[in-house]
Design a protein around this ligand. Structure first.
Ligand code: ADP
Ligand code: AMP
Length: 216
């Protein structure tokens, strides 16, 4: 099963992709995570991406199309994948179609996480992850069971993203409206679009997604 989770920053794409990854044994492909790994490694690609990411702007299409194309060939994608944060422009959506056709693959579903804009700044600025295993948390909505200790691996080290501040979130939301939301009609025309209520509790959103995917 190959699907896209679509929604603005803070909609819950990463949170839900991790849950679906386990349930359906498919790989989460987050271009944001891949780019952050490139930045940490100090690669040329990372250097090119860093300034734009810190400013909340999209990196060039060619850069993300290249990393996704080689990642889809990996063994853990054989059973399927969840695209999280890609495609983000019409050019990326078209390139994805060509890429999948050339690999004899197809998309099964594109699911939009519908959220209230006012909730997003709070979701993004309260987000943090375990520095060891990457498990996601939120100051208010998703606290570890034991304060200061990761539920998944027991680590006491956590980190926050440099771009998860209020100013940058507003720029990222504008990029979503200007460049990403226009791909919704592209997938509607293909009959692939589904929609879930992203304002529900995390567990409820997972249930809505599972219902759609089990019927697909
Ligand atoms: P995205 O990947 O779409 O940018 P995340 O999955 O990282 O968003 O979610 C952003 C923050 O909001 C995280 O800290 C997460 O714990 C929290 N979150 C995700 N889904 C919900 C939800 N349904 N209700 C409340 N908080 C949520
Ligand atoms: P995310 O982790 O999805 O919130 O992405 C963080 C940042 O990485 C974005 O604000 C962009 O700068 C960059 N990025 C991630 N995915 C893409 C993409 N598909 N196209 C362009 N830029 C991207």
């Amino acid at each position: 099963m190959n699907l896209i989770l679509l929604g603005p920053p803070g909609a819950g794409k990463g949170t839900q992709a991790k849950r679906l990854e386990e349930k359906f044994s498919i790989a989460q492909l987050s271009t944001g995570d891949m780019l952050r790994a490139e930045v940490s490694s100090g690669s040329e690609l990372g250097k090119e991406a860093k300034q734009l990411m810190d400013a909340g702007q999209l990196v060039p299409d060619s850069l993300v199309i290249g990393i996704i194309s080689s990642r889809i060939d990996d063994e853990d994608c054989k059973n399927g994948f969840i695209l999280d944060g890609f495609p983000r422009t019409e050019a990326q959506a078209e390139a994805l179609d060509e890429m999948l056709a050339s690999k004899s693959l197809k998309l099964d579903s594109v699911i939009q996480l519908a959220v209230d804009e006012e909730a997003l700044v709070g979701r993004v600025t309260g987000r943090y992850t375990c520095a060891e295993c990457g498990n996601g948390y939120h100051d208010e909505f998703q606290k570890p069971e034991v304060e200061g200790v990761c539920d998944n691996c027991g680590s006491k080290e956590f980190k926050r993203r440099a771009d998860d501040n209020e100013d940058t979130v507003r720029t990222r939301l504008k990029a979503y409206h200007d460049q990403t939301a226009p791909i919704i009609p592209y997938y509607e025309a293909k009959g692939l679009m589904g929609r879930v209520d992203g304002m529900a509790d995390i567990e409820d959103v997972t249930k809505q997604l599972e219902k759609i995917l089990e019927a697909a």
